[in-house]
Design a protein around this ligand. Structure first.
Ligand code: MGD
Ligand code: MGD
Ligand code: SF4
Ligand code: MO
Length: 759
């Protein structure tokens, strides 16, 4: 049976309101975003247009070519891309401003970015007031000299994933491994690393198993801890079509995300005018409650005969152990662990039983916990139990964040895997050695959070950061600052200024100006969430100062340090990098043929594990029973999670989230809790825990009682850096707690002035 067809004509049953354009209703104005983008990019409008028209979007990992995609016929464009556009069209900053770092520290990160693109290499030594301009030759010689003198275990390399193409990841990891280190990591670590671990263990794959097309006309789509309306907005257009085909949508989340409930797709007349009801049912689990919730759901499925027994029998192992654990699980424990009743779990189980096909999507609400790997495994268990694998309309989708991130680990720019997501081991290192012709270390390297810890212990002498901003993306910023300031040489290869560059030098700090993906001669590729490897051409237009492509620079430095390997660390152009990727990463075969706009291929085809057969040694998927975590919070405290507002990760774009109107300093709290505590909207309160204190204003919102949400980076002062998942080492950004205080400072000699009980 094929996917259900998208019904023609308008369907008032799906409308949010009969008021055209939702006038008077609260919602973001996407048309205003277009005018805003025109105004913001006015000095470079033709170039901006060419980027939109011909480039692959550098926002999230949904993936485009120009303003088109492979899923729908219409326009693919969103406000996230429009807000990020300026990073590409801005002129250079006046490097004179870098002479006085103290003055720059007064500026917010947004103000730093707005100064313009970084045009020249810059250098600052400990004790100096600011940076001075240096030549590329001087900058790279200094770096190479320091690397020559540094033990390979005492250097660390990190790459962000916004905009970073496969070619850069590949070149970077090859350069770093030639230096003798596996200490290379990228943003995927702090994002979907638990998904990679669990999928690989269970299915032998490390990516989304289906295609976006499977969403449209399947029976059910479930979003676990994923707010695609804000973070992958064009997904809402896919869901609009899905709804028109009769697809049901369920959301498992501690917050009734307003834009997941109702959405106005700007580029579709019906949805733009009347809105679309997206979600049929929300399941308001407590933060960290997903494993218990899914276990309860599976228990119901088992009891109700709701399993796909044929699939389980033919394509999986380990079911009996899971079934035993399910039978043994007690409802009280599952209810306490999930925060929802067993009737709710039954309702969810029924939705699944009615769905012959479904796509299970998840994101940071699932991964950013100490039990991230287990939570992903729980979703996999659910998918396998229902046979939602390897056929049309079915799939497991860890929806990716940054535009470059899917390729980051696949290219091996990762402390735990080699290219092709091959685990790091002495044996696999030897295979790579044979290919590359130089020794490759066989032990896993330091992950991003571990690099920082090594730095605080004084054990990291060089930290090279390709974009990103540790100061604003890792827990406990003060500790991060101290760690950064303990590193003897920091290299920041970036397109703009960021706050971490201004941390005091431990010895010296070097800034290297990078090109954007659109400025790289020969073009580059990215890999989208649905495993599509997409070519993004170089876009003709103005170029900034002496900015250079990152991939080239990393290899040049490696050649300086390892002169004897120079011939093996050289590529004439990005096409040559792609040729090597095709040889070293078999699943990327075909990348060498990508050469113009629109060129792309989907590795693994539309469905991984097609027909239920997995690339595991026995061809079967593995069930694994997972323990129900009992994340306790101290009496009187609330569970606290950090969320995204109008921002792209650490790059904050607006003082207010246009979706729910929450200001940056809002603490989202349930109306019940606010009433119980006598808190008024807008009232100042202080969130506190042993890590820190954060001033907020009360913002009642439909979150689960007992739960608070705050924006990050602001909320990072409340996060405990020692909480991390066991295998993937992801920080527990969604697993904190806090007390609410009414006074700016606790009275001396007293504990926190606790007014609130999280219940
Ligand atoms: N506009 C915009 N787009 C982005 C980004 C951005 O910052 N801005 N960042 C990009 C990146 S790198 C990423 S990874 C993605 C992130 O995209 P998301 O993962 O969607 O983003 P988050 O805001 O971190 O949180 C997701 C949801 O998890 C819920 N949640 C919190 N804790 C739990 C829990 O314990 N269980 C469950 N079930 N839900 C929970 C929150 O209420 C929230 O709705 O977006 C990408 N796209
Ligand atoms: N509290 C909390 N913290 C989180 C999260 C959370 O949900 N809560 N989410 C985590 C997640 S999912 C992620 S992915 C990480 C993101 O972590 P990172 O990827 O480390 O950080 P970003 O904020 O995306 O990086 C932004 C910076 O990258 C640089 N940059 C931007 N574009 C480019 C480019 O094209 N090239 C280069 N070279 N540099 C560029 C700029 O300096 C910009 O300031 O944050 C994590 N941190
Ligand atoms: S949804 Fe993602 S890929 Fe599509 S335009 Fe927006 S940011 Fe770009
Ligand atoms: Mo992310």
């Amino acid at each position: 049976m094929g996917l259900k067809p998208v019904k023609k004509g308008w369907n008032p049953e799906l409308w949010v309101s009969r008021r055209p354009l939702g006038i008077g209703l609260h919602k973001p104005n996407n048309f205003a975003e277009v005018f805003r983008a025109i105004g913001e990019n006015a000095d470079n409008l033709a170039y901006a247009w060419r980027i939109l028209q011909d480039g692959v979007c550098d926002g999230c990992a949904l993936g485009t070519y120009g303003m088109r995609d492979w899923t729908i016929a219409g326009v693919h464009l969103c406000n996230v891309r429009l807000r990020l556009l300026r990073l590409n069209t801005m002129g250079p900053l006046d490097v004179g401003v870098l002479e006085d770092v103290e003055a720059l520290r007064e500026k917010s990160s947004a103000e730093l970015r707005e100064l313009g693109r970084l045009p020249y290499p810059m250098h600052r030594k400990k004790g100096e007031k600011g940076f001075r301009r240096v030549s590329w030759a001087e900058a790279l010689d200094r770096i190479a000299l320091k690397l020559c003198k540094t033990d390979a275990h005492r250097m660390g390399f990190y790459l962000t994933s916004r905009g970073i193409p496969n070619e850069t990841y590949y070149a970077a990891q090859k350069a770093v491994r030639a230096l003798g280190s596996n200490n290379i990591d990228n943003a995927a670590r702090v994002c979907h690393s638990p998904s990679t671990v669990a999928l690989k263990e269970s299915l032998g794959v490390a990516a989304t198993t289906c295609s976006y097309r499977d969403l449209i006309g399947t029976d059910l789509v479930v979003f676990f801890g994923s707010n695609v309306a804000v973070n992958q907005p064009v997904m809402m257009k896919y869901l609009y079509y899905a709804r028109k085909a009769g697809t049901k949508v369920a959301v498992v989340n501690p917050y009734r995300e307003p834009a997941m409930e109702h959405y106005w797709v700007p580029s579709d007349p019906e949805s733009a005018l009347f809105g679309t009801k997206i979600t049929d049912r929300f399941f308001l689990v407590q933060p960290g409650g997903d494993i218990a919730f899914i276990t309860g759901t599976l228990k119901h499925l088992l009891e109700q005969g709701g399993l796909d027994e044929r699939f389980v029998e033919a394509h999986t192992t380990g079911f009996e152990a899971l079934a035993q654990a399910l039978r043994a699980a007690r409802w009280e424990e599952l209810e306490a662990g999930s925060g929802v009743s067993h009737q709710e779990m039954l309702a969810f189980a029924r939705m699944l039983m009615e769905a012959e096909r479904a796509v299970l999507v998840w994101s940071m609400g699932i991964t950013q916990h100490r039990t991230g790997e287990d939570a992903v495994q729980a979703i996999i268990n659910l998918g396998l139990a229902r046979g939602y694998l390897g056929r049309e309309g079915c799939g497991l989708m860890p929806i990716r964040g940054h535009s470059g991130v899917q390729g980051g680990a696949e290219m091996g720019a990762y402390a735990s895997v080699f290219p092709g997501v091959v685990p790091i081991s002495p044996e696999n290192a030897r295979a790579l050695e044979a290919r590359w012709g130089f020794p490759v270390p066989g032990q896993p390297g330091l992950t991003a959070p571990e690099m920082l810890e090594a730095a605080s212990r004084g054990e990291l002498e060089v930290l090279w950061s390709v974009g990103g901003n540790f100061l604003e993306v890792l827990p406990d910023p003060e500790r991060v600052r101290q760690a950064l300031e303990a590193v003897e040489l920091r290299v920041h290869q970036d397109i703009v200024l960021s706050s971490q560059m201004l941390a005091e030098p431990g010895g010296e700090v070097i800034l290297l100006p990078a090109t954007t993906r659109y400025e790289v001669p020969g073009g580059v590729t990215e890999t989208s969430t649905e495993r599509r490897v997409i070519y993004s051409p170089e876009i003709p237009g103005p170029r900034v100062g002496q900015a250079r492509p990152e991939w080239e620079v990393l290899l040049e430095v490696a050649r300086k340090v390892k002169g004897d390997l120079a011939d093996r660390l050289h590529f004439p152009d990005t096409a040559a990098v792609r040729q090597e990727i095709a040889r070293v990463v078999p699943m990327y075969a075909g990348i060498e043929r990508l050469a113009k706009k629109g060129d792309a291929f989907q590795y693994g085809g539309p469905h991984l594990c097609a027909g239920g057969v997995c690339p595991t040694p026995d061809g079967k998927a593995r069930f694994r029973a997972v323990e129900i975590p009992r994340p306790q919070v101290p009496p009187g405290a609330f569970r606290l999670v950090t969320r995204r507002g109008k921002q792209f990760n650490s790059m904050v774009h607006a003082a207010k989230d246009p979706v729910n109107s929450a200001p940056r300093d809002a603490v989202l709290i349930s109306p019940e809790d606010a009433r119980r505590l006598g808190l008024q909207p807008g009232q100042r309160v202080w969130l506190s825990n042993p890590l820190g204190r954060l001033e907020c204003q009360v913002f009642p919102a439909p979150v689960r009682p007992g739960t608070l949400q705050v924006h990050w980076p602001e909320g990072n002062v409340l996060l405990d850096p020692s909480l991390r998942s066991e295998k993937a080492k992801i920080p527990a950004y969604k697993e904190a707690y806090a007390f609410i205080e009414l006074q700016p400072h606790p009275a001396p000699g007293q504990g926190p002035d606790v007014v609130a009980s999280g219940g």
